[in-house]
Design a protein around this ligand. Structure first.
Ligand code: HEC
Length: 199
């Protein structure tokens, strides 16, 4: 009995040691991975072309959608440049150089409609790389004030939320962009997403 017990104990200790070692290695590996992702996004925004504020987007871009968020009383206006519009019209993936601008406005409730009264923020997403398909890192994100000065280039929150619509190329209003590009008409609607996204 005793002689059988010893190898079993040895085997047990060995597997315990191995599982601890594996967990430790995985843990140690996880941390640099996360840091690496962050550093990669920083260095990519430094090395590849950085997003410039498109001064004349209201004139040069197409206003493709107006999205109301009734719960929060916010109206969002979306604009796309000609590169994005041409691809959407042809139902092709958005190529490098596609730029989407979103304005958020506080709004007044008029009958059953929200009318924008004050521009609060300007959010921009631009495709700067398509070497790898369907990668959220293909999009760069920036947050600007109404006057066009940079508020934040921290892309982590933008990416984590836009990952919800990975199947739409990380773009919530891709269906509206395609409809607008095809019909040449502004798409008007309410957000499909809850209060949490309408700050
Ligand atoms: C909590 C979720 C969330 C976060 C965080 C977020 N967005 Fe969005 N974004 C949305 C939703 C939802 C829409 C679509 C509009 C709607 O339904 O109200 C949208 C739309 C957009 C659009 C128009 C194109 C599209 O995808 O429809 C741009 C541009 C944009 N966001 C940029 C940004 C930037 C830049 C950041 C980071 C500073 C950011 N977003 C962070 C949820 C988010």
């Amino acid at each position: 009995m005793k002689t059988k017990f010893v190898p079993t104990l040895l085997l047990f200790s060995l597997s315990l040691f191995l599982s601890l070692a594996v967990t430790h290695v995985l843990r140690a590996g996880d941390v640099p991975d996360i840091n690496l992702g962050y550093e990669q996004s920083i260095s990519s925004s430094e090395s590849s072309q950085s997003i410039q504020f498109p001064d004349n987007y209201q004139k040069d871009f197409s206003h493709y959608a107006t999205i109301e968020c009734p719960n929060s009383g916010i109206v969002r206006q979306m604009y796309a440049n000609s590169t994005a519009i041409a691809a959407a019209k042809a139902e092709q993936n958005l190529p490098e150089g596609s730029v989407i601008v979103m304005e958020t406005h506080t709004a007044r409730r008029d009958a059953n409609k929200l009318s924008p009264v004050k521009l609060n923020n300007i959010f921009i997403r631009a495709k700067t790389d398509t070497s790898e398909n369907n990668n959220s890192q293909n999009w760069q994100s920036r947050w600007f004030s109404p006057s066009g000065s940079l508020v934040s280039d921290n892309e982590n929150s933008c990416r984590s939320c836009h990952n919800r619509v990975k199947n739409r190329d990380y773009m919530f209003t891709l269906p509206q962009l395609v409809n607008s590009a095809k019909t040449n008409r502004l798409q008007y609607g309410q957000t499909e997403f809850g209060l949490a996204v309408c700050r």
